[in-house]
Design a protein around this ligand. Structure first.
Ligand code: PRP
Ligand code: URA
Length: 209
């Protein structure tokens, strides 16, 4: 599928299976989401641009690779995005963070905005938007629109699970934003949940059901 990368690493798939199980506890779910974010983060940052700088090792000087450009931004779609964010910040501790408050209206499935805070110079940075679930894609499409409205041009969207319907809608709305996911599930049900899925990611992370 054009613009979509499925991260099929065996550790990712194994951890995802445990997360899907309804027997997995809140603590287990949260820990696994953090662990899996490290593996997904490895893939989503795989082709970051490198430059070199001169350093002194204890033996000699060398031209050594280092990340080029401004610090990247992780944009977390609240609440559940924070589960991916924590692990990603372990991987890239100097990254900047944007918080995008969106919730799905359970009747209409439309994304409702309630918070936005991001670095001011979004135009100069790579932004990795993180949210475990891409269902109807209303939230993801809105998040990208909010970032684009503030100047963002270089974005990637990282999730854990996607519905085929959501991928279709998202890539049509924002063909310039590549998607990284651990799995594409079967379908969305009539309530907008991903099937077989893992349930409500925010509720499972925070024990709010
Ligand atoms: C969940 C999830 C996504 C959204 C995906 O959030 O974390 O943001 O649903 O669904 P969509 O693709 O149909 O928009 P939710 O709105 O439940 O908020 P929460 O993270 O605060 O629980
Ligand atoms: N949001 C979730 O948390 N889970 C779904 O299955 C769909 C949207």
């Amino acid at each position: 599928m054009q613009g979509v990368t499925v991260v099929d690493h065996p550790l990712v798939q194994h951890k995802l299976t445990i997360m899907r199980s309804k027997e997995t506890s809140t603590a287990g779910f949260r820990r696994l989401l953090r662990e899996i974010s490290l593996l997904l983060g490895y893939e989503v940052t795989r082709n970051l641009e490198l430059t070199t700088k001169t350093i002194e090792t204890p033996l000699t000087s060398m031209e050594a690779p280092t990340l080029e450009g401004k610090k990247l931004v992780f944009a977390s779609v609240l609440r559940a995005g924070n589960g991916l964010l924590e692990g990603l910040l372990d991987l890239v501790p100097a990254a900047r963070v944007a918080h995008i408050g969106l919730y799905r209206d359970h009747e209409t499935l439309q994304a409702v905005e309630y918070f936005f805070k991001a670095p001011s110079d979004l135009a100069d940075r790579l932004i990795i938007i993180v949210d475990p679930m891409l269902a109807t894609a209303n939230s993801a499409i809105a998040a990208v629109e909010m970032l684009k409205a503030r100047g963002a041009t270089n974005m990637r969207f990282l999730c854990l699970l996607a519905a085929p319907e959501g991928i279709e809608r998202f890539t049509r709305a924002h063909p310039d934003v590549p998607v990284f996911t651990a799995a594409i599930d079967d379908h969305l049900n009539e309530l907008g949940y991903i099937v077989p899925g893992l349930g409500d990611a925010g509720d499972r992370m925070y024990g709010t059901k």
